[in-house]
Design a protein around this ligand. Structure first.
Ligand code: MGD
Ligand code: MGD
Ligand code: MO
Length: 780
């Protein structure tokens, strides 16, 4: 393979990949990849302890895993099996759902809460949509970015890059980011918010929009006599306002917004009142062809759910929800799940599995302190990072056998050290991975994975530029090494071994249910199973009898050649008046959240105020149900730790998977302020002067929990009192390039997650990577 490009048919990426796409050739040909299965011969586990891995056959490897799993079933404790999922394709149904369910464990733990769940909270409790939004950049007149950098990261880089020049010409772009991001550098307004103060800014903008009478009459409604009574400090009689498609605008005003003046916010968030007024009114005047693009920077913070709620609610005030040039939901990408419930599934669940599956999960979701209210359900979402504490405290029980695939929690979770300890404690761990990552160092069995982009079957749905799409992953190159596909092939091979040991249910399920929908043939080996699964799950795209929307194909082979199915274009206002909220309206006063919180409180025999207290929010009473200001909760005493640490993704980061690529280090400088061949801690020159630091100095960055040693880069792109370092370096494993010394477990650069304190936005279960930790800087 010599080149990667975007699918030429794509209406979303316009035929181009983002810069990271080009790194994937290097990832596939990475000489440090794991080439054959291995087993550990040194029983001692720990960072820097050589596992003394030796090569073994696939047969021996899976024989060993199956035996360990069967021990749990024989002892009647299948719940002590745990499956950890990091990145994935949608064939995740097999390994992530079917395997633990049929085996008998409730513990399938995904990485979602490390990623961006808190932003979904904002969209769900306003418009009943637990997902990322799409954005109609092409037709927009105003873009207000809250905590995201779409030219470099977030979810639609190829489209953003493609459209940005046009958007700069036709629209105003305003970027709320404490860091001078790539997008801020190509914007009209930069609002370098003090980390964690996004909520203040958002509610003040709402205050401006209402007091200036700039809300959408079409969307929100109006006072009966057309006279604006939204005056700072004054309550308004709800009866005087005829509300249209929204719920509770006057309640929101009375409970929160009336006192949230731009002057009030300026003192907290560090943005001048004039700029707050200018941006808020600019946004509203462009309405409805405008958007508030809210991303993890403003959400993945302690208490970030309410900042996300407030930022997204602005879209409701100006009526940009589902509007041309606005923020959109998505067209259906109608893939099928494999049978995971109902008549086709139940026969495979035996008594041991039924009993095991009823246990509480290891991540404590749904407990009083961890509501994790995904999609309106108490414990509806995962609390990924809390699983480390669950394992360490054997709460609610001990984990004895764990499998991790395509994940590296020992590196990717804040408070990473807890995961090191947790991994030491798990008696038997299997890592399915391409590279010898940090987590791999704790493995008893290592299984080499097919590289996701080019060596396997899989599929991924997503959306941007108003199209939903399903993109196929196909084995387009012959793997150089003895690898297998994580989600499907390895599940099959494991099922064969479990069957040999007297537990045939998983094998029978795969064999009977995952038939080839073209030929009716049942899978007889792992490769067939992998292919049939993809065909099964994408049947609504390629089978002309089932296809109801978008690209039409005559059959599987045509779909395969196209590599991509696309929906029809998203029609504006599709969901107006049909939101899946309690009131069917866009909720400022969220009856949906009230219900979720009340149910969670009742389940835990508490009051809603009791939940808010336990989950560490300051709001009480009705405030819990509206977008409101929550003060930031940043760890570390301000006097001892004077700098707030800002985390971001460099343009070339694939989360933490780029660091073993020489061209990643050569081109790190494509990130604003970043320096090639360094892991640069960016500090404002004014602060550097006070500390006597200059470019290239080596420093220790010390947080309340840990320290790391990195290189200083002076940069005006962070405000005094904050420092910034891109995420992704600091590997002490992964390969010869990623680590300074792989064999000595010596890191190259520093891992932000070692110094970041493990804390959460508990309402969404999210791990907070933003506005969570203060640090001090000491010359090393
Ligand atoms: N401080 C900080 N922390 C973050 C983030 C951040 O921006 N800052 N980002 C967060 C986000 S958004 C996410 S989504 C998570 C991601 O966190 P994880 O889901 O843990 O994913 P990665 O850290 O990328 O690690 C994936 C691991 O899978 C293995 N691997 C790599 N390629 C393949 C493959 O093709 N197949 C298989 N089977 N295995 C492979 C390697 O061992 C690699 O370490 O990290 C989160 N953590
Ligand atoms: N280049 C690149 N792109 C990626 C990925 C990648 O690893 N690299 N990963 C993908 C994945 S898995 C995900 S989940 C998405 C998410 O990726 P993003 O949407 O980029 O989210 P984050 O990485 O969390 O960072 C977003 C921004 O928040 C800013 N920020 C930090 N603190 C604050 C704050 O207090 N307030 C505000 N307003 N902003 C703050 C940071 O400077 C950064 O610009 O990106 C995807 N795209
Ligand atoms: Mo993510």
């Amino acid at each position: 393979m010599v080149k990667v490009r975007g699918n030429q048919r794509s209406k979303s990426n316009h035929g181009y990949v983002c810069p990271r796409g080009h790194l994937s050739i290097g990832q596939m040909y990475d000489p440090d990849r794991i080439k054959v299965p291995m087993k550990r011969t040194n029983p001692k586990k720990g960072r820097g302890v050589d596992p003394k891995f030796v090569p073994i056959s696939w047969d021996e490897a899976l024989e060993t895993v199956a035996e360990k799993m069967m021990e749990l079933r024989r002892a009647g404790e299948p719940e002590k099996f745990m499956l950890m999922r990091g990145r994935y394709t949608y064939c995740r149904d097999v390994l992530y759902d079917a395997v633990p369910k049929i085996f008998g464990s409730p513990n399938n733990i995904s990485h979602s809460a490390l990623c961006a769940e808190a932003e979904k909270f904002g969209a769900y409790y306003t418009e009943g949509y637990w997902d990322y939004r799409d954005y109609d950049l092409e037709n927009t007149k105003y873009v207000l970015l809250f905590g995201g950098d779409p030219l470099a990261s977030n979810r639609q880089v190829p489209n953003a890059i493609h459209q940005w020049g046009k958007v700069m010409d036709q629209a105003t772009i305003a970027v709320v980011d404490p860091r001078f991001s790539a997008s801020a550098s190509k914007a009209h307004e930069w609002l370098p918010v003090i980390p964690g103060q996004d909520g203040a800014l958002a509610v003040a903008m709402a205050h401006v929009i209402l007091t200036q009478g700039l809300w959408s009459r079409e969307f929100v409604g109006d006072f009966q006599d057309g006279q604006n009574r939204f005056k700072a400090g004054q309550s308004v009689d709800e009866g005087l306002f005829d509300e249209k498609l929204t719920n509770g605008v006057v309640k929101w005003w009375n409970l929160e917004l009336k006192d949230r003046t731009p002057e009030w916010a300026a003192g907290l968030c560090g943005i001048p009142a004039e700029q707050i007024v200018r941006v808020a009114s600019g946004l509203a005047k462009a309405a409805p062809n405008c958007m508030v693009w809210m991303a993890p920077g403003a959400a993945m913070q302690p208490r970030g759910a309410y900042a996300a709620f407030a930022a997204h609610a602005l879209n409701g005030l100006v009526g940009s929800v589902d509007s041309e040039g606005g923020t959109l939901q998505k067209m259906k990408a109608p893939y099928e799940h494999i049978p995971l419930y109902g008549d086709k599934f139940k026969p495979y669940i035996d008594e041991i599995a039924a009993k095991g599956g009823k246990h509480k999960k290891i991540d404590q979701r749904g407990t009083l302190e961890f509501p994790a209210l995904a999609s309106g359900k108490s414990g509806g979402g995962v609390v990924t990072n809390r699983a480390a504490d669950g394992i360490l405290n054997a709460d609610p029980y001990d984990i004895k056998v764990a499998v991790g695939y395509w994940n590296n929690f020992t590196f990717s979770c804040t408070g990473a050290e807890r995961w090191e300890k947790a991994m030491e404690k798990i008696p038997f761990f299997v890592h399915i991975t391409t590279n010898p990552a940090e987590m791999t160092q704790y493995a008893d069995i290592v299984l080499p994975a097919a590289f996701h982009k080019f060596e396997r079957w899989g599929f991924v749905p997503s959306k941007f530029n108003r199209y939903s799409y399903i993109s196929l992953q196909q084995p387009v190159v012959k793997p150089l090494w003895d690898v297998r596909i994580d989600e499907t092939e390895i599940s099959w091979l494991l099922a064969e071994k479990l069957k040999e040991k007297g537990f045939p249910n998983l094998y029978d399920y795969f064999h009977n249910e995952m038939v080839d929908l073209e030929t009716g043939q049942k899978p007889t080996n792992s490769q067939e199973f992998a292919l049939f699964t993809v065909k099964y799950m994408t049947q609504n795209m390629w089978d002309p009898a089932k296809n109801k929307d978008g690209d039409k194909f005559s059959g599987w082979s045509e779909f395969l050649a196209a590599g991509l199915w696309q929906s029809s274009q998203y029609p504006f206002k599709m969901n107006w008046g049909k939101w899946k909220t309690e009131t069917k309206k866009f909720e400022f006063y969220s009856e949906t959240l009230k219900k979720a919180l009340t149910e969670h409180a009742e389940k835990n025999k508490a009051t809603v105020d009791g939940v808010m207290e336990a989950a560490q929010y300051v709001a009480r009473g009705e405030q819990a149900f509206i977008p409101h200001y929550e003060p930031p909760k940043i760890h570390g005493d301000e006097k001892e730790f004077p700098f707030v640490f800002i985390d971001n993704k460099n343009r070339l980061n694939r989360e933490a998977r780029s660091a073993n690529l020489p061209n990643f280090h050569e081109f790190t400088k494509v990130g604003p302020g970043d320096v090639s061949h360094q892991d640069a801690l960016k500090i404002n020159p004014a602060d550097a002067r006070i500390l006597g630091l200059k470019d290239g100095d080596t420093v220790k960055v010390i947080s309340p929990v840990a320290e790391m040693t990195v290189t200083v880069a002076l940069w005006e792109g962070v405000r005094p009192g904050t420092v910034n370092k891109s995420y992704g370096q600091g590997h002490w494993a992964y390969g010869k390039v990623a680590a300074a010394d792989y064999h000595a477990a010596k890191p190259r650069g520093g891992n932000n997650n070692e110094i970041l304190v493990a804390d959460y936005d508990r309402l969404s279960g999210s791990t907070a990577r933003h506005a969570v930790t203060r640090v001090k800087i000491v010359k090393a």
